[in-house]
Design a protein around this ligand. Structure first.
Ligand code: GRF
Length: 191
């Protein structure tokens, strides 16, 4: 059995989807044990609570100096950390301990539209402003530099002439829901 911890700061649609995929389906030999968040009001907390998964809130300082966090991860034999809308940097200590065992999902075709300031709707706004013909999602390993780790998976969607930020966000949401759990499963199979 492989144990997953999901780190999330926001709404939690990906976290919820990952919990549904692994925790409510016995054919996968893996489970989300808990969520780590830096926001005590994050939507993700209630979304997973009703699915029987608890959340731990850590302050930004406790994430930057992750002694307690590491104890929690080790005590629970966490094998893989999944970032799903987690908006804090991962400290070096944790990156070293979980080398190639931390993955992130990013709502663009990296290396395009990654890095500083590129999160949430900012990304879709920039993509539309540049009149791109396509965009997509990237799932990648996490390294010290933001959005620069090795790419595990990408998939694209086309951009319509009359595309809006909202309609694009819906397309990206669908890609994330469809692919993220399956890619996590593939990554776990290699551990
Ligand atoms: C997703 O678009 C993900 O790609 C990005 O942050 C967003 C999180 O959304 N990293 P949610 O909190 O899972 O709804």
């Amino acid at each position: 059995m492989k144990n997953i911890a999901v780190f999330a700061s926001g709404n939690g649609s990906n976290a919820e989807n990952i919990v549904r995929f692994f925790n409510h389906n016995n054919s996968f030999n893996a489970k989300v044990l808990f969520i780590i968040t830096n926001k005590k009001q994050a939507g993700v907390i209630n979304k997973v609570k009703i699915l029987g998964v608890g959340s731990f809130v850590f302050t930004n300082a406790e994430i930057a100096e992750p002694k307690q966090l590491i104890v929690l991860l080790k005590e629970n034999n966490i094998d893989l950390i999944v970032l799903a809308g987690f908006l804090r940097p991962i400290p070096i200590e944790l990156l070293k301990l979980y080398s190639n065992k931390i993955i992130n999902i990013h709502p663009s075709l990296l290396p395009n539209y990654g890095g500083k300031g590129m999160y949430g709707f900012n990304i879709h706004e920039a993509v539309l402003a540049n009149k791109e013909k396509e965009t997509g999602i990237t799932i990648h390993y996490v390294i010290e530099e933001y959005d620069k780790g090795e790419i595990i998976f990408q998939t694209k969607c086309s951009i319509a002439e009359d595309e809006t930020v909202d309609s694009l966000a819906k397309k990206i949401y669908q890609l994330e829901q469809k692919h993220f759990p399956e890619i996590i499963e593939k990554v776990l199979a290699k551990l």
